[in-house]
Design a protein around this ligand. Structure first.
Ligand SMILES: *Cc1c(COP(=O)(O)O)cnc(C)c1O
Length: 476
């Protein structure tokens, strides 16, 4: 044997563990399957919040092989049983997560076959699945077939992509930046401000439009602001509405804002990351009237479609505006660009090589059909009513009738109510059985509930109420 061949054979042997044998694969899958079954079977009894102590030493890369069994035990102890149990129905704080099983199966498939979902040329099947998911979203939100879009890692990147298109459509650069104006609500998600900084629009003029008592944009105020800015020789170019704010779940008057945007030729962006999929419910769909007037729209299947974290979506009507920043050809990619090919995800996103994330949306929709998703969203709306009614029975004050499934409450303790409700929140976090979060509304400390997990059921709310009774009793 030549030295060269000997060397190759040596390294082949050493790298062999990277391709486990079938019996090893079966063993891995069985161990993980058992772990997953234990996790899901016990999730209702598990706490929803565990505090934030993690032993980082146990998670360090030690470069010496350990068994999968050992790795799973560390994972359980340091990852699953710390922080918020995001897959639990008991997560009713912030915006809850999902984690439907068939998405996990789809991720497994996507990872084993490692389909390339960046360019049609490399993965025509995978890219077609992603484009079909976007076509379905266009139908859901009344967008035209000619709209383009992208499946992103989440709502933040989806918003970033949309705002980039708005910027480029209106040519907001150089000296134009400081005289250009955008309009939004103070309740807009903070990823919008982040995105503006990232895309070089930190110095545009941002007008926070006054909100009504239900935290929605007052359209007459929007009109006044635009008129004043135009009179001052400024350049209004963008208005951002929310279809379900994170704080209180409020849906801005989408249709009226749409008319104003049209009249003044503003780019109209709607962030529906939290609330968007409620458009599929009979009960809430009317509130989304006008959503199809948007130039760009963001939704988050890892919220409202109950998928595991890692899937947001953006739709944009103006393909050229979106291509301006995101489409690029390099010499080494010349084979991949051919006339008439379907949309490449890489042409509408900062990513090139990406996870084939469309499969985790496609597989559950194919296997379950759409009805269970719609029913689960309807259920969330009615659970919100139930929770509020039960809180009122217990003497709590509740915020205004919510548009969707985010609401808030506080205990009218008398005395320093903000302090009391802060302490109540602390007791609830210490208890940890169910996870709620807090916010400030009109200067008042309130406890927020956001019902969106597919695992949040009536019994979860009952458990939550028992916990609240327990915590309240400690304070009074
Ligand atoms: C969650 C959320 C976002 C951010 O999306 P991520 O998926 O967390 O990146 C943006 N806007 C709203 C309204 C949201 O609820």
């Amino acid at each position: 044997m030549t030295d060269l061949v000997k060397k190759i054979s040596e390294f082949e042997k050493l790298s062999a563990p990277l391709e486990p044998t079938q019996s090893e694969r079966n063993q891995y899958v069985q161990q993980v399957r058992d772990f997953a079954n234990d996790f899901i079977n016990n999730i209702d009894e598990m706490d929803s919040f565990f505090g934030t102590d993690v032993n980082a030493d146990k998670l360090k890369v030690n470069l010496q092989p350990i068994s999968l069994e050992k790795a799973l035990s560390i994972y359980d102890e340091q990852v699953v049983r710390t922080g918020i149990a995001a897959a639990s129905g008991g997560h009713v704080g912030y915006i809850p997560g999902g984690g439907i099983y068939l998405s996990a199966i789809a991720d497994f498939l996507a990872d084993v076959t490692n389909e390339y979902a960046g360019m049609y040329y490399g993965g025509p099947g995978a890219v077609t699945i992603e484009n079909e998911m976007l076509n379905w979203l266009k139908d859901v939100f009344g967008f035209p077939k000619s709209a383009v879009g992208n499946l992103t890692s989440g709502g933040s990147i989806a918003n970033l992509i949309a705002l980039t298109a708005a910027r480029d459509k209106h040519g907001i650069k150089n000296e134009k930046i400081t005289s250009s104006v955008l309009y939004l609500s103070e309740h807009v998600h903070h990823c919008i401000q982040k995105a503006l900084r990232i895309i070089g629009l930190e110095d545009v003029l941002v007008r926070e439009v006054e909100l009504d008592e239900n935290s929605k944009i007052i359209t007459s105020k929007l009109i006044e602001l635009i008129a004043a800015d135009k009179a001052a020789g400024l350049n209004p170019f963008l208005v951002i509405a929310s279809a379900g704010t994170t704080d209180t779940g409020a849906i801005d008057p989408l249709e009226e804002i749409g008319h104003i945007a049209r009249e003044h030729q503003l780019w109209y962006h709607i962030d529906a990351a939290y609330g968007g999929f409620f458009i599929m419910t009979d009960r809430a769909k009317n509130q989304f009237k006008g959503i199809d007037m948007a130039d760009s729209l963001v939704c988050d299947p890892h919220k409202g479609l109950f998928l595991p974290y890692g899937l947001g979506a953006v739709l944009v009507k103006d393909k050229e505006a979106l291509f301006k920043s995101h489409h690029y050809t390099a010499n080494y990619m010349q084979d991949a660009f051919q006339e008439g090919m379907p949309l490449n995800p890489a042409d509408v996103s900062p990513e090139l090589t990406k996870h084939f994330r469309g499969l985790r949306m496609w597989l559950p929709l194919q296997i379950h059909g759409i009805e269970p998703f719609k029913a689960c969203l309807e259920e969330k709306l009615y659970l919100t009513d139930y929770f509020r009614a039960e809180l009122i029975k217990r003497g709590f004050e509740v915020g205004p009738e919510p548009d969707l499934s985010v609401s808030y409450f506080w205990y009218p303790s008398g005395g320093d109510e903000n302090d009391f409700n802060k302490r109540l929140m602390e007791e609830i976090h210490k208890d940890g059985r169910i996870f709620l979060s807090s916010t400030k509304v009109h200067g008042r400390e309130v406890i927020r509930m956001a019902i969106l997990s597919f695992r949040t059921k009536k019994h979860t709310i009952d458990t939550c109420l028992e916990m609240i009774d327990r915590c309240l009793a400690k304070l009074i």
